[in-house]
Design a protein around this ligand. Structure first.
Ligand code: EPZ
Length: 417
């Protein structure tokens, strides 16, 4: 079994180049199969989620040629087959093949998606959207069959501004007859990335990135091109690390506008940030003021940075609070930080933290992707050795995390035990 071993307490210095966004890329790859010939995607991150999506595309008859982060997907021979459970169960985002296959073939057969155990994570909003377009949804045990004689545009109001539902409905609607409106759509930057990719293929999409998206169905989508946007969650994770233990760290290849809710909170707490057009230079805070945060949909504070932020708050002076409003089970990580010396108290979805508390290295577990990244940063700031198990969660979403941290001086390695 593999573990990450970290010897903490060392100030870090240098440059970290941010990779393409996991949460964009996992939608762009399924979206590619909607085109009738070649789809090109640049800046694809090297993460295990991408590997499983590649397997699904190949199983559907797609041919992928890769040159580092440059993917070319030949979709001339895409055919409709039931997606293997061994792949679809590995990640939640496999559900984007529902929208893509329904949109292209009007028929989908696939197993429930996988994903982190951070909450129930139903997909009712996705399925309701498909039904509004004229599809029938059948549950067969742990398999979905979704089919339609034809797909017709409709008005779809989302009860919650779900990222996944917004993208999945978009994928199903671009080839439907007539106009579709997605009201109360999610506004995350990943949605704009997917919409611009589909538009490059000939789709007619208006308002992506706002809470009201209009789609005019077209007959066919031709070749398309896009570049995966920088990963705002990866960037935010390393920014928090820099504010905790950076001597001077340059976080490169970012879009600062995508993480303004984070940078404003870091500045409020006393962080030293130099913000440029596509990079931020961060150094360890001298001033460490307690802060209060509540996660929101974009452009509010992102739930995916809530766990690393919880760690950051343990090092601030006084009483900080964090409230999670998107998922119901994102606080498991606090028990490991408390084992390391933190003072975190969870009541439902509310977290109260008293700092600063020096942390000592310990044996900890990555309970999910972002909690795992939080354990890595905790190990970097703790005194002594930290060992992290269940590291597959971390490698799913942080491209080259070991190499990137070693390059700024971290004593971190993967060990076999
Ligand atoms: C995406 O998940 C991201 N994952 C998540 O990142 C991110 O936390 C989330 O958006 C919110 O920004 C990917 O893009 C692969 P949602 P998604 O639909 O689409 C409820 C990470 O760490 N909901 O916006 O699943 C749901 O239960 C991951 O990278 C329904 O009730 O998020 C949750 O409480 C974690 N019914 C809330 O909405 C539905 O049909 C947010 O879900 C769909 C969602």
């Amino acid at each position: 079994m593999q573990q990450i071993h970290i010897q903490g307490g060392k100030l870090l210095e240098g440059t970290i180049n941010i990779s393409g966004a996991k949460n964009s890329c996992v939608a762009l790859l399924p979206a590619a199969i909607l085109c009738s010939n070649k789809a090109i995607i640049d800046n694809v991150p090297d993460i295990s989620d991408v590997y499983y999506l590649e397997k699904i595309i190949e199983q559907l008859g797609g041919k992928i040629t890769k040159d580092n982060d440059h993917f070319e997907i030949d979709c001339n021979n895409i055919k409709n087959t039931a997606i293997k459970e061994e792949y679809s169960s590995k990640l939640r985002a496999s559900y984007y093949f529902m929208g893509a296959l329904l949109g292209k073939f009007h028929y989908v057969e696939m197993y429930f998606p996988g994903g982190c155990n951070i909450g129930l994570r139903p997909i009712n909003l996705h399925l309701e959207g498909f039904k509004k377009l004229g599809a029938k949804v059948i549950n067969q045990g742990n398999k979905y069959i979704i089919k339609a004689d034809s797909l017709k545009g409709n008005f779809i109001n989302l009860d919650f501004a779900s990222v996944g539902a917004t993208i999945n409905i978009l994928l199903a609607a671009v080839l439907a007859e007539g106009q579709t409106i997605i009201n109360n759509a999610a506004c995350e930057p990943e949605i704009v990335n997917v919409a611009s990719f589909l538009t490059s293929m000939g789709a007619k999409i208006y308002g992506a990135g706002t809470s009201r998206i209009k789609i005019i169905g077209v007959k066919e989508l031709k070749s398309g091109y896009t570049e995966v946007i920088p990963d705002r969650i990866e960037a935010g994770t390393y920014l928090i690390m820099g504010a905790l233990i950076g001597k001077k760290i340059t976080i490169n290849n970012i879009i600062p506008e995508h993480i303004e809710s984070l940078t404003s909170k870091l500045l409020e707490s006393g962080a030293e940030l130099e913000i440029y057009e596509n990079k931020i230079i961060v150094s360890q805070n001298k001033v460490k003021n307690a802060i209060n945060i509540k996660s929101q949909v974009f452009p509010g504070f992102p739930t995916d940075i809530g766990q690393p932020m919880g760690l950051y708050m343990t090092q601030l002076n006084g009483f900080s609070t964090y409230e999670e409003t998107i998922y119901e089970n994102r606080m498991q990580y606090t028990k490991y930080l408390n084992q390391m010396g933190a003072n975190m108290n969870v009541t439902g979805q509310k977290l109260s933290i008293i700092g600063p508390t020096p942390l000592k290295g310990a044996y900890v577990t990555a309970t999910d992707l972002r909690a795992g990244a939080t354990m890595v940063i905790a190990g970097l700031i703790a005194d002594g050795d930290t060992y992290i198990e269940e590291i597959n969660h971390i490698l799913r979403g942080y491209s080259g995390i070991i190499e990137k941290l070693q390059a700024v001086g971290a004593n971190i390695e993967i060990i076999e035990i």
